[in-house]
Write a protein that binds this ligand. Structure first.
Ligand SMILES: [Zn+2]
Length: 169
């Protein structure tokens, strides 16, 4: 039985770098080590309690593996959400898409000299990755992603809670 609030963790194979980055931007813990071969990655994934996402058809029936049948990001995301349901909506940026490290909040005045002025002026909340130093904010990319996620959630028929009463008639 799933523990309330427990998040799925993944390891993505070398073919799935884009999917890994997307899931990370949604706050999901995704290991991506393109230097590892399929079986090595699977061993590592199991040792860390991760589900392995793979395009490798030879691994598709292995335990702890979620095969990705499609080569398209949107369908891959849909399949991940269907197999390991979590609600990716209403999340803040929380994980570095490059390093998979959890992001830390960054004081707005510290950011002033490090991002373009228009970014500083139009955003309240900033975060940074203490592994690569990258600075994040909730920008247009995040909004596009959310729109995309909303479309996906509708596609898989997830009910969005807030809409429950308005869809009745
Ligand atoms: Zn980073």
């Amino acid at each position: 039985m799933a523990v309330m609030g427990e998040e799925p963790k993944f390891a993505a194979d070398r073919m799935l770098g884009r999917l890994a980055r997307w899931l990370r931007l949604l706050g999901v813990d995704v290991l991506w080590q393109p230097n590892l071969g399929g079986h090595e990655l699977l061993r590592l994934a199991r040792s860390q309690g991760r589900v392995m996402l793979t395009r490798d058809s030879r691994l598709r029936t292995a335990r702890d593996v979620l095969p990705m049948e499609s080569n398209f990001l949107r369908e891959q995301l849909r399949d991940v959400l269907l197999a390991c349901p979590f609600d990716p909506r209403n999340r803040t940026v929380s994980r570095c898409s490059r390093c998979n490290a959890p992001l830390r909040p960054l004081a707005r005045d510290v950011v002033f000299h490090q991002v373009p002025l228009y970014v500083y002026a139009s955003h309240e909340r900033f975060f940074w990755c203490d592994q690569c130093g990258r600075i994040y904010w909730e920008g247009t990319h995040q909004q596009r992603m959310r729109d995309e996620i909303e479309r996906l959630m509708r596609l898989i028929g997830a009910d969005s809670g807030a809409d429950k009463t308005s869809t009745a008639g």
